[in-house]
Design a protein around this ligand. Structure first.
Ligand code: NDP
Ligand code: BG6
Length: 484
């Protein structure tokens, strides 16, 4: 299969925070890959902007080192990196002061797409928006890209939306949730709306329940102080898991266009029922013989922030009434594995008799690693001995199905940045969507804070606290195993 790369329009992309961790690990190596693929025009420019004093040559060296450190080894061709770096520039700018803004304005070209990526602390987003306008740098077609976290509750998210709206129209604002840029996450929509097979069964009449798991093996060491103010609910559920839930649960949009898709996602969030505390389990990982506990990583021996959370969500609408959506995510779990599993109901009647066994069909979509899909179906156990039923997986790995082309699939950041340049907001969150997500999340957090709820312990590299397993056992269900 030949890969089809369509170059985007010529652009000037300014990365505020161009020397920071996110820019060096994800954004710049990602742009280099788009350059290598031929998607980035030879005339396009990337302008790093930050307070520190660097000239363009020094910035290029920083980016060269970042590409070497954070790109796959076979992607690092010295000559190609050299050519890519010629498209990079650096401007010293202070988001909170007036220095450097006129230099930036003078550097920007007319008649090309202009995008400004806010890869700086969220407290600077408003300042950047204001100064871009005040210095006449951003025209009405310019785009701004805003990183997470987008607020820490409804009030702060509203304020941020208002601050940005003073200077930019909603059509110019690209709020990043990098999960939406993942290939398999987009595949959720392709699977649901590109096949006739699943949609008739995609409702509470046929689906027993849905499980969404995003398990990580990493702890929070190194970013414990930041994480402890956030926790799994704010860091993962309010954004990434909520987006997955929306894509799985939403009604078919009339078109794959930004507002049609985002309108449907918003309806799902608004239909989420409040959750009582029996349906939420929070946890913190314990120390191992060689590794610190969550509380040690967080630097607070009394921390009540969760590094794990499991919840049962219900959606009050015609399609999903009565079907639980179980969500769980955590750090230091037994494997890095993210999947969505749609567990169908048992067949209504077994013609083979109960002794043959009954097995529910399960469609599991593996988001990472080993991206792919498995449909568990029931067949007869081979051989003599009567009709006994067993499960077998119909297994499809995207890497096998796509062959070499799988290596060329852009990672989430690459794809999303190219979408910004193309002016396509479908995979970005709209302001009202983010606010609705906080409006649902806030009371849950307030409720456990008001009860001074203490997270349960769990062994590092396990499946999480026992109470999370019990939450499903009580309802006659069990979590799927966390495995790569
Ligand atoms: P870093 O602290 O590593 O980098 C911050 C960058 O901002 C530096 O380039 C810094 O350079 C620049 N900066 C700081 N103050 C100013 C200022 N007043 N004016 C202009 N530039 C300034 O942060 P990260 O890269 O980790 O994070 C950036 C954003 O991305 C944050 O919003 C974060 O929440 C988000 N994010 C980060 C992820 C990650 O993996 N790192 C993942 C998801 C989101 P200098 O000091 O020279 O000014
Ligand atoms: C980030 C969270 O948004 O997503 C991190 O802040 C988390 O805590 C990360 O580790 C997970 O992203 P991915 O792409 O590795 O699944």
């Amino acid at each position: 299969m030949a890969s089809r790369v369509i170059p985007v329009e010529d652009f000037d992309l300014v990365i505020f925070g161009g020397t920071g961790d996110l820019a060096r690990r994800k954004i710049l190596p990602g742009l280099y890959r788009r350059f290598c693929s031929g998607q980035m025009p030879e005339t396009a420019r990337i302008i790093g902007a930050a307070r520190s004093e660097h000239d363009t040559a020094e910035f290029r060296q920083i980016v060269r080192d970042a590409i070497r450190e954070f790109s796959k080894k076979n992607a690092c061709d010295d000559a190609l990196i050299g050519t890519f770096l010629e498209q990079l520039h650096y401007v010293q700018v202070d988001a909170k002061g007036e220095d450097g803004w006129d230099d930036l304005r003078d550097l920007m070209r007319k008649d090309v797409v202009k995008a400004y990526y806010f890869s700086v602390a969220p407290s600077l987003f408003g300042d950047l928006a204001e100064r871009l306008q005040a210095h006449g740098i951003a025209d009405e077609d310019a785009r701004i890209v805003v990183e997470k976290p987008f607020g820490r509750d409804l009030a702060s998210a509203k304020k941020l939306n208002q601050d940005l709206a003073k200077h930019f129209d909603e059509t110019q604002i690209y709020r990043i949730d990098h999960y939406l840029g993942k290939e398999t996450v987009q595949n959720l929509m392709a699977v649901r709306f590109g096949n006739i097979l699943f949609e008739p069964l995609w409702n509470s009449q046929y689906v027993d329940h849905i499980q969404i798991t995003v398990a990580e093996t990493v702890g929070v060491g190194g970013r414990g102080e930041y994480y402890d103010k956030s926790g799994a609910m704010r860091d993962m559920v309010q954004n990434h898991l909520m987006q997955l839930l929306c894509l799985i649960a939403m009604e078919p949009p009339s078109r794959f266009n930004p507002d049609a898709v985002r309108d449907e996602k918003l309806k799902v969030i608004r239909a989420l029922e409040p959750i009582d505390h029996h349906h939420i389990v929070r946890g913190q990982y314990d120390a191992t013989e060689t590794e610190p506990s969550y509380r040690e990583d967080a630097g607070d021996p009394r921390s009540r922030t969760e590094s794990f959370i499991a919840l049962r969500c219900m959606i009050s609408n015609w399609r999903w009434a009565g079907t639980p959506f179980y969500l769980r995510t955590g750090k230091k779990l037994k494997a890095r594995a993210s999947e969505i599993a749609v567990v169908f109901k048992d067949a209504p009647h077994s013609i083979f008799g109960e002794e043959a066994g009954r097995h529910a069909n399960v469609l599991s979509i593996r988001l990472q690693p080993n991206e792919g899909m498995t449909l568990k179906v029931t067949i007869k156990e081979p051989g003599p001995g009567g009709m006994r039923l067993i499960d077998v997986p119909l297994d499809m790995s995207f890497a096998d199905a796509l062959g070499e082309e799988a290596d060329d699939i852009p990672d989430a950041y690459e794809r999303l940045i190219m979408d910004v340049i193309r002016g396509n907001q479908t995979l970005f969150m709209r302001g009202d969507e983010v606010q609705a997500a906080w409006a649902w999340t806030d009371p849950l957090i307030e409720s456990w804070e008001a009860r001074s709820d203490v997270p349960k312990h769990y062994d590092a590299y396990s499946s999480g606290p026992e109470d999370a397993a019990m939450m499903l056992h009580r309802e006659g269900r069990r979590w799927r195993e966390i495995k790569e």
